[in-house]
Ligand binder design. Sequence first.
Ligand code: ZN
Length: 159
Amino acid sequence: MTGPTAFRTSTEPRCWQCGALASPNRSYSVLLVADCHRQLEAFGYPVIRGRRLDKLRLSVPRCARCQSRTQISGVIVLCGAFAGAVIASVFWPHIEPPSWLHWNTEGIIGIPTAIGLVIGLVVTMIGVAKKRRALRLRSVTDYPPVNTLRQAGWDFPSS
Ligand SMILES: [Zn+2]
């Protein structure tokens, strides 16, 4: 069927992260919460009223490539943490934690493993963040509706 609707390309949703055409079922879902007593403005987004917290979900348009990039980033960070743990336990088996840490040496995993894990995690997270900046990908937390809602008092569940 052809008609005016066939020429909607300029109004098609664009991937917020890279600007490519967004895929309808690849959008990124953002959850925001607020104290239910505050009865915050939701700007037309559906709000799930809770006993303590109101919840609001909005989706950020995204393309398939950015979705897989996000998933790959997660795998890379996990691999980095694992590699750090292995490298540290093999090459520095006698590494000691700084004394101010009061580390319980009877822990489940060894100290070199734990230190390597943290270093591997941090190093790969920095690497992934740098790569994202190099690709000029925008973060979902910079999505304007998310900003508007956060200025109104909504926030991410963890903070
Ligand atoms: Zn994209």
